[in-house]
Write a protein that binds this ligand. Structure first.
Ligand code: NAD
Ligand code: USQ
Length: 397
């Protein structure tokens, strides 16, 4: 299939592009490289030395003989270029990774809240409007997040996107209806993913756009079979307080002998998936577009759930590290329950990779190899959700 990967230079997009190319799909990457510019702005670099995108695709072609095309533009603000690319490439599948994806970065300042909303909502809406304007019957696969469901302590298995509710009419007769699962986003970033869902509902209903929204959990790991083929193909690995996600951060911290930065008591339970499973799920979703009609297909892209404190203990025991409970910069429940259904992807053939010591060790070895690239001063998360959190972190309450 002809597949367009929006945000194909990023942490999930790059290994997904390689995986789809390795499976004989014709891949074109779109990226504005804004993520690389944000690294410069934050004065931080990926733990792993990532090549430029042109070096990456050249290396892929040398190693496998397969070609990946690249187009650079800003999806959120260059609509005419998007329309032109869609008309020329005529993709059958469009995988949309191109959003600002860090919750702490989205909460850092009023400017970055506004940037995140502007970038993410315009990117998603431009894509949908352009697919309709170009007259394409393309299957749009979007990377959403488990965070749209919010984190309550109700012992339910979260369904995949929808809930059936009953309500009485004026005469007291019960009616039932399927609605989107009520959202409870915990950051401006997660809020944009909640709003994306409404855009998808509208375009699916109004224009028949075929859409799959993948509610992905926290991704961990870095390498996949394809990125490991050549050092120039290596994937990015964020460890800093804005873009680093919890398990990858703990693995780098353990490798460096830095105490593991558990927020509060670490009672937060979250959903996780290894990057090797991410790329497989993207392929399973992309290759099953015929099953999608005017109803947005929502799939929970998760393989397991863990409490942050349990992950810290596991890393501490496996690798050897000290745990430090730091004041939580975020406004989030101290503890929550979480369990989610993932029947769709299991039904498509996903065989989940479970978190195990071997895979943890692989990431630690990468962290040790590139330890000299780490700036320890960038490890703490200094993005506070509100002023009360900031003063509590400063010991002011
Ligand atoms: P990333 O920041 O590494 O990659 C995103 C890419 O999109 C970057 O290369 C960036 O330059 C590009 N981009 C952003 N805005 C753009 C625009 N307007 N025009 C063109 N390119 C643009 O992020 P990631 O970790 O690869 O995440 C990809 C997607 O998956 C995101 O939508 C994110 O919300 C979702 N997701 C990620 C995780 C995770 O743990 N990393 C978990 C769940 C969901
Ligand atoms: N946490 C710590 N210590 C740290 C970093 C984080 O205890 O050093 C805690 C946080 O307080 C939070 C949890 O770990 O309770 C997860 O934080 P995270 O930064 O790993 O994940 P999150 O902010 O939710 O965002 C990440 C990705 C985002 C994706 C989301 C999936 O950056 O793109 O959408 O995971 S999910 O969490 O399922 O919504």
């Amino acid at each position: 299939m002809r597949i367009l990967i929006l945000g194909g230079d990023g942490f999930c997009g790059w290994p997904s592009a390689l995986h789809l190319s390795a499976h004989e799909h014709q891949v074109t990457i779109v990226d504005s490289f804004v993520r690389r510019r944000i690294d410069d702005e934050l004065r931080v670099q990926s733990l792993t030395p990532i090549s430029t995108l042109s070096e990456r695709v050249r290396a892929w072609s040398e190693v496998t003989g397969r070609r990946i095309d690249v187009v650079e533009f800003d999806l959120a603000h260059e609509y005419d270029v998007l329309l032109d690319v869609l008309s020329k490439v005529r993709p059958e599948v469009i995988v949309h990774f191109a959003e600002q994806r860090a919750a702490p970065y989205s909460m850092k300042s009023p400017e970055l809240k506004r940037y995140t909303v502007d970038n993410n909502l315009n990117a998603t809406h431009n894509l949908l409007a352009a697919v309709v304007q170009a007259g394409l019957d393309a299957h749009v696969v979007h990377l959403g997040t488990m965070g749209v469901y919010g984190y309550e302590s109700v012992p339910v298995d979260l369904p995949e996107g929808y809930l059936t509710v009953s309500y009485p009419d004026r005469d007291g007769h019960l009616h039932s209806r399927e609605i989107l699962y009520p959202t409870a986003p915990g950051s401006v970033y997660h809020l944009t993913k909640s709003l994306d869902q409404l855009l998808f509902q509208f375009y699916a209903r109004n224009d028949g756009v075929r859409i799959t929204d993948l509610h992905q959990g926290i991704v961990w790991g870095t390498q996949t079979d394809e990125t490991a083929l050549d050092s120039r193909l290596i994937n990015r690995f964020d460890y800093d307080g804005d873009f680093g996600t919890v398990l990858n951060r703990f693995l780098v911290q353990a490798a460096l002998g830095h105490p593991l930065t558990v927020h509060g008591t670490g009672g937060q339970t979250r959903a996780f998936i290894n990057i090797r499973d991410t790329v497989r799920c993207i392929r399973l979703a992309a290759e099953s577009g015929d099953a999608v009609d005017g109803r947005v297909r929502v799939m929970n892209q998760v393989t397991e759930t863990h409490r942050v404190s349990d992950l810290a203990r596991l890393v501490a025991e496996t690798i050897g590290a000290r745990i430090s409970e730091v004041p939580n910069p975020r406004a989030e429940a101290d503890e929550n329950l979480l369990s989610a259904r993932n029947d769709h992807l299991l039904g498509l053939g996903l065989e989940p990779t479970r978190l195990d010591a071997g895979l943890l060790q692989e990431s630690v070895e990468i962290a040790q190899k590139y330890a000299d690239r780490v700036d320890v001063s960038r490890i703490p998360s200094t993005s506070y959700w509100n002023s009360a959190r900031r003063s509590s972190a400063a010991g002011g309450d």
